[in-house]
Design a protein around this ligand. Structure first.
Ligand code: ADP
Length: 311
């Protein structure tokens, strides 16, 4: 029953025009109108819809955050931090932030529309990916991550559901809800955050603080998940998953054929001591990216449903 009523709400939410009031330099008020279209998905506190500008016909993904969910100062501060960090980022492998505005009910964040969903849905359809695909996707993700880290931003929630795919099949890193910007490179963060399967051991430990290496750890989990079809530390309850992460208890299943190079990359990354993990540049130098065929810049859209024909 609850599910039915929430779906009805999504459907009834779908119609309508949203108005943005823009105050001009001379004090005049202009109105920009958007047609609120297809429901794209729902996250922790936002619902996402296609918004078409009635002036330019440009389509964006709009994250709609009800102001009622921002009553607590912490929630408001979190959204403001997400906006502040995300709007400062400009890179082909990061979801573009267009702009944001509010009306009486909601805050609207307009983002570049990624029409091919996320790598979560991709993996659900495909079960697992070929090494060539993982090389291609990871190269793009690492390129975006190098940009982020060079701007002192740690994402802290890298996972398949936060890797969006554009119409051209480019990977775009999104969702900066847990991201943080360091004041200086040596700073260590202490807040416990992340998503259970992808969380680094030093975040769970909490004592030593954490930094850029937590993103590298998550990329190791991502690589394993894409190649094997399920996350390395997954269990049916979070506590057991955390225990396995702390004990570094994972293995490569016999039934999945994996190259020595891919196992070596994952083994190098998933080490509990963050200082022993490779940097993003060291990851790119790893033999995993230098075996056999040249890596395509992009994959064809047919690979959303079927493996590429060359492998
Ligand atoms: P939250 O920050 O509340 O978790 P998300 O950023 O995860 O919200 O967005 C929720 C859902 O909206 C996503 O899972 C996805 O289905 C959809 N979505 C978010 N951003 C985009 C985008 N740029 N293009 C297309 N769909 C998107």
């Amino acid at each position: 029953m609850a599910l039915k009523s929430s779906r009805n709400q999504e459907e009834s939410d779908t119609a309508g025009v949203v108005e943005e009031k823009v105050v001009k330099v001379n004090g005049d008020i202009a109105i920009r109108r958007y047609n609120k279209g297809r429901f794209l998905g729902k996250g922790g506190f936002a619902r996402c819809y296609e918004f078409t500008s009635l002036e330019t016909r440009k389509i964006a993904a709009a994250k709609v955050v009800p102001k009622a969910s921002l009553a607590k100062a912490r929630a408001k501060q979190k959204l403001m931090s997400e906006i502040k960090i995300h709007r400062s980022l400009h890179h082909p492998n990061i979801v573009s932030f267009e702009h944001f505005f509010e009306d009486n009910e909601n805050v609207y964040i307009l983002l570049e529309l990624c029409t091919n969903q996320t790598m979560n849905e991709l993996l659900r359809r495909r079960k697992r990916l070929t090494e060539l695909e993982v090389q291609c996707y990871l190269m793009q993700i690492i390129s975006g991550m190098k940009y982020l880290h060079s701007h002192r931003v740690i994402h802290r929630d890298l996972k398949l559901g936060n890797f969006f795919l554009s119409d051209k099949m480019e990977v775009k890193i999104g969702d900066f809800g847990l991201a943080t910007k360091l004041e200086h490179d040596g700073e260590r963060k202490r807040t416990i955050c992340g998503t259970p399967n992808y969380i680094a051991p030093e975040v769970l430990d909490g004592k030593q603080g954490h930094s850029y290496e937590v993103d590298v750890w998550s990329l190791g989990v991502v690589a394993y998940t894409l190649l094997v079809g399920k996350p390395p530390f997954e269990t049916s309850d979070v506590k057991t998953t955390y225990r396995r992460i702390r004990m570094n208890a994972y293995s490569f299943p016999d039934h999945v054929p994996l190259s020595e190079q891919s196992k070596s990359l994952i083994t190098r990354i998933l080490v509990n001591d963050p200082s022993k993990r490779p940097s993003l540049d060291e990851m790119l130098d790893h033999e995993f990216f230098h075996q056999g065929n040249s890596i395509p810049k992009l994959l064809p859209p047919s690979t959303l449903a079927c493996p590429p024909s060359s492998s």
